[in-house]
Write a protein that binds this ligand. Structure first.
Ligand SMILES: [Zn+2]
Length: 354
C-alpha cells in the first residue's frame, strides 16, 4: 500500500516534469487584445475603449514582439501623459529595432496610453474628464474615460506582463533632467528586482520613492499597480517641454535595451549604470496660488537651501510669491511655461544620499 502510493507520486512527478519540459521547448502563441501572436513575429493592434455617455470612444494602440524562446513578458508603456513625446517616439523605434527571431520572451509596447490627451495636446489632465491618468489606477470599467483607460491597461497589459516600465518625460510645461524612479513599496523581492531594473535602465540619477500607496484597490500610479501585483516595475523620465530631441529618445531606447539584457531576453545590451546617484530626499514644490510662474533656475541646476527657484505673479504682473529650495540639491525638473493653478507642481528638487 505504502509502496503503491509512493509509485503513484513518482509517476505523477514524472508526468509533471514531462509536461513542463514540452511546454518550455515550444513557445506558445501570445494572445492579447484580440490578437494571437505567433512566436518569432511582430503584431500590432489596439485596445478599444467604447463610447460611454457623452464621452466618445477612444483607442490604445499597441504592438507585441513575441520571441521564439520563452522568457519574461516586458511591458513598456508610453503616453500616459499625452504631451510627453519622447517616450512615444522611442517606442515606435523599438517596435522595429527589437528582432523577434532572436528574442527570448515577449515585449508589449503601448504606444499611446492616453489618446484623448495626446490628440488634445494637454498636459497632466485628460481633455475629456479633467483627470490625470497616472492618478486613477487601477481604474474601473464603468468610470470616466481616464478610469476606463487605466482599467484596460491594468487588465490587458499589467496583468499579462512579468515586468513593467512606465515611460515618461517632463510634461509639456516641465523642463526635466533624465532620471528613474525606484519604488520600494511591495514585497521585498519585488523591490529588490525593481532596484536592479532601475540600475539596468542606465539613468545615473535614481529617485528613491518610499511613499507609494499599498492598497491594491487604490494603487493610484501605473507602476505601483504592477508592483502591488508582485511585478517589478519602474518609471523612467527622459525628455522635456514637448521636445522630440534625439538625446532623450536614445536614452529611452538604451534603457529598454538595458532592461531586456538584465531580463535575459537578449544576449547583449548596455551595461547597468556603474555609479548611480541615489536621490534619497526629494520634494515636489507646489503652488499655493493661481497665477504666473517665472523660473529662476534650469533643469539640472544645483541649488543651496533657500536658493530662489522662481517667482509667482498675478495676471497683472504683481509679485505674489518667491519660491525657494527647501534643502540643498538638484533641480530634477522645473516648470518653464507661465500658467500655474493652485496645487500644481512648480519644481522637483532632489538631494543625493550622503
Ligand atoms: Zn508623465
Amino acid at each position: 500500500m505504502e509502496m503503491r502510493t509512493a509509485f503513484r507520486v513518482l509517476l505523477l512527478a514524472a508526468i509533471v516534469l514531462v509536461g513542463t519540459t514540452s511546454r518550455a521547448s515550444a513557445q506558445a502563441d501570445f494572445a492579447i487584445g484580440g490578437l494571437s501572436v505567433k512566436p518569432g513575429t511582430l503584431a500590432s493592434g489596439a485596445f478599444d475603449i467604447p463610447a460611454r455617455g457623452a464621452e466618445a470612444a477612444t483607442t490604445i494602440p499597441f504592438s507585441v514582439i513575441h520571441g521564439t524562446k520563452p522568457g519574461s513578458v516586458l511591458a513598456l508603456i508610453a503616453g500616459v501623459h499625452g504631451m510627453e513625446y519622447t517616450p512615444i517616439l522611442a517606442l515606435q523605434r523599438l517596435r522595429t529595432a527589437i528582432e523577434p527571431a532572436s528574442l527570448a520572451g515577449t515585449v508589449i509596447l503601448v504606444h499611446v496610453a492616453n489618446m484623448p490627451s495626446f490628440l488634445g495636446r494637454t498636459i497632466y489632465y485628460s481633455p475629456v474628464d479633467g483627470k490625470n491618468l497616472n492618478r486613477v489606477f487601477p481604474g474601473t470599467p464603468d468610470g470616466t474615460v481616464s478610469e476606463r483607460i487605466a482599467d484596460v491597461l491594468t487588465r490587458e497589459v499589467i496583468a499579462r506582463a512579468t515586468h513593467v516600465v512606465d515611460v515618461h518625460c517632463g510634461d509639456g510645461n516641465e523642463s526635466l533632467r533624465p532620471y528613474a524612479y525606484w519604488t520600494t513599496t511591495g514585497p521585498d523581492a519585488v523591490a529588490t528586482a525593481g532596484k536592479e531594473m532601475a540600475l539596468a535602465a542606465g539613468f545615473d540619477h535614481i529617485v528613491v520613492d518610499r511613499e507609494r500607496p499599498t492598497d491594491p484597490g487604490a494603487t493610484v500610479y501605473l507602476s505601483n499597480t504592477a508592483i502591488l501585483k508582485g511585478k517589478p516595475a519602474i518609471t523612467i523620465e527622459s525628455g522635456f517641454l514637448a521636445s522630440t530631441d534625439e538625446v532623450s529618445i536614445v536614452a529611452i531606447e538604451r534603457a529598454a535595451a538595458g532592461v531586456m539584457r538584465w531580463l535575459g531576453m537578449r544576449p547583449s545590451g548596455p551595461d547597468p549604470v556603474a555609479h548611480p546617484i541615489w536621490i534619497e530626499r526629494s520634494e515636489v514644490l507646489r503652488s499655493d496660488v493661481t497665477g504666473m510662474f517665472q523660473p529662476a533656475v534650469e533643469r539640472g541646476h544645483t541649488v543651496a537651501a533657500g536658493s530662489l527657484i522662481g517667482r509667482i505673479t498675478d495676471f497683472h504682473g504683481t509679485p505674489l510669491r518667491e519660491v525657494r529650495a527647501p534643502f540643498a540639491g538638484e533641480v530634477l525638473y522645473v516648470v518653464a511655461t507661465p500658467p500655474i493653478s493652485k496645487g500644481e507642481p512648480l519644481a522637483f528638487i532632489g538631494q543625493a544620499a550622503h
